[in-house]
Design a protein around this ligand. Structure first.
Ligand code: GDP
Ligand code: MG
Length: 466
């Protein structure tokens, strides 16, 4: 029986978007009932990952039956751990019984066991399953997909041996990600003029491509994105990012030296902007999005080798908004990321880029890894603490200094697309139910609109998002 409060009901309706730690905290600290998790269709994979002692406590407090848990996909091994192993297993249907007598009574009356063939055998043991269970980096979505197509593992095995939900097993079987061939910078279409250049600058695997993909996807979702069809490379790259992203498949790692360019227009309707403050007008905001693989910058920063081609490519008079992407998920890499980015700042100084820079955002990516809370405010606090920590202080002071000298707007923005698994699977690809991704994309879009086209601080408060 689930007796959820209205607030709990709201949370429960998107239960599968929460991390295991959140779910455990709901049970431990916030008086949720396990029965409510079952009622709101918690995914088997999540149910099976919750701390077994916590489950045991709730099973006994709420008097939850073995059948109910089984129905929601709890594995037999876990059920045995909770309810104690049962004495007799029917060799035909594998049903378990506490005593020989119970089994005999069942046998007498059960027609199923007499009619159906013996259940299929569990999949053969495969060390690949162990890699998957242990979240080993070798078990990437791409590898798992390969193992499945070679028959080394099966979808059924992913469910029964690894405890994944049928949906996740299905998504792994259908996994794909697009790939763009590396293009020499000199072969890219020239950056269009008379628009704002958005530089996404960060080290390898910082989350730039996921950031661009989620942002474009959000712009489509709220209906403000109009692609520019005059640049085929931009259209191809947009499709490569967006089509898999719609299904929760994340972009491939980009090659070293990679730089790519998407251009389009944001079309934003503004309320009360017509004559006498009535009606609405549409504001057209053309943008260049420049996704720069961190590898090229890393090499430049570490070896001091220049980037003459990049310099030539980026050399224009467009107003610039620079998004410095810092991955906060790995404390060991923070200092190195910051050190390299500070060096890149000095290339920008040499190339005169700050003179055209109107705004800079330090985007703290993968911020879901800093906190267990699904609340964007908690994410913000955690990201600010991270940015103010000694690991980032040198970068922070340098950028503050540049902002004073070149008078650009400076913001710190936490960002997360939510929990990911097997490297390239985004667990929840919905902007409505994945609150962290929904809030992150909205916040960054607001920042972009406020800092584009010489409209600093102008505000676009009345955007329609139908
Ligand atoms: N937990 C979590 N992981 C993320 C997030 N964004 C990206 N990732 C992970 O980081 C990996 C690298 O991201 P990617 O965008 O390819 O990095 P890039 O090299 O900077 O373009 C992805 O494949 C995801 O596994 C996030 O918001 N949260
Ligand atoms: Mg990338």
């Amino acid at each position: 029986m689930c007796n959820a409060s209205p607030l709990q009901n709201t949370i429960l309706s998107s239960i599968n978007s929460y991390s295991i730690t959140d779910l455990e905290n709901f049970l431990k600290l916030h008086n949720f009932e396990l029965s409510c998790f079952l009622k709101f269709d918690i995914q088997p994979e999540k149910l099976n990952s919750i701390d077994i002692e916590l489950i045991k406590k709730h099973v006994s407090q709420e008097n939850i039956s073995q059948e109910k848990l089984k129905e929601r996909g709890m594995t037999q091994a876990k059920l045995d751990e909770i309810f104690g192993p049962v004495g007799v297993t029917c060799p035909q249907c594998q049903k378990k019984f506490a005593t020989e007598d119970e089994f005999n009574a069942f046998k007498q009356y059960c027609t199923i066991c007499n009619d159906v063939p013996p259940p299929t055998q569990p999949p053969p043991p495969s060390s690949n399953y162990d890699l998957i269970i242990n979240n080993d980096p070798l078990a990437s979505a791409k590898e798992i997909r390969k193992w499945l197509s070679k028959g080394e593992i099966t979808k059924e095995g992913l469910i029964s041996a690894c405890g994944l939900s049928p949906q996740l097993a299905e998504r792994l079987a259908g996994f794909y990600s697009g790939e763009m061939k590396e293009q020499d910078v000199s072969n890219l279409p020239p950056l269009k003029s008379d628009r704002t250049d958005f530089y996404f600058l960060g080290m390898p695997a910082a989350g730039k491509s996921c950031l661009v993909a989620s942002l474009l996807s959000y712009w489509e979702h709220i209906g403000i994105y109009n692609p520019d069809v005059s640049n085929p490379r931009s259209l191809e790259y947009t499709s490569v990012l967006l089509e898999p992203f719609d299904l929760g498949y994340l972009p491939d790692r980009t090659d070293s030296g990679f730089i790519d360019y998407i251009n389009g227009e944001l079309q934003v309707r503004i309320k009360g902007s017509g004559i006498w403050g009535k009606g609405e007008t549409t504001r057209h905001i053309p943008v260049n999005i420049i996704d720069m693989a961190g590898e090229a910058w890393r090499l430049a920063a570490e070896n001091g080798t220049g980037l003459p081609q990049h310099r030539k490519y980026l050399d224009n008079e467009n107003e610039k908004a620079i998004l410095i992407v810092i991955d906060c998920s790995d404390p060991e890499s923070t200092k190195k990321q910051c050190r390299n980015i500070v060096r890149v700042f000095n290339y920008f100084t040499e190339w005169g880029i700050w003179e055209n820079t109107a705004s800079v955002a330090v985007v703290i990516t993968k911020a879901d890894m800093l906190t267990d809370s699904p609340d964007y405010h908690a994410l913000k606090v955690a990201a600010e603490n991270f940015y103010n920590s000694p690991s980032c202080i040198n970068l922070k002071n340098r950028i503050d200094e540049l902002s004073r000298k070149h008078r650009f707007e400076l913001s710190v923005i936490p960002y997360s697309i939510g929990a990911c698994r097997f490297g390239q699977i985004l667990l929840n690809a919905s902007f409505e139910t994945n609150r962290l991704m929904g809030e992150s994309t909205k916040n960054l879009t607001d920042w972009i609109l406020e800092n584009t086209g010489g409209n600093n601080g102008g505000g676009f408060g009345g955007i329609f998002s139908n």
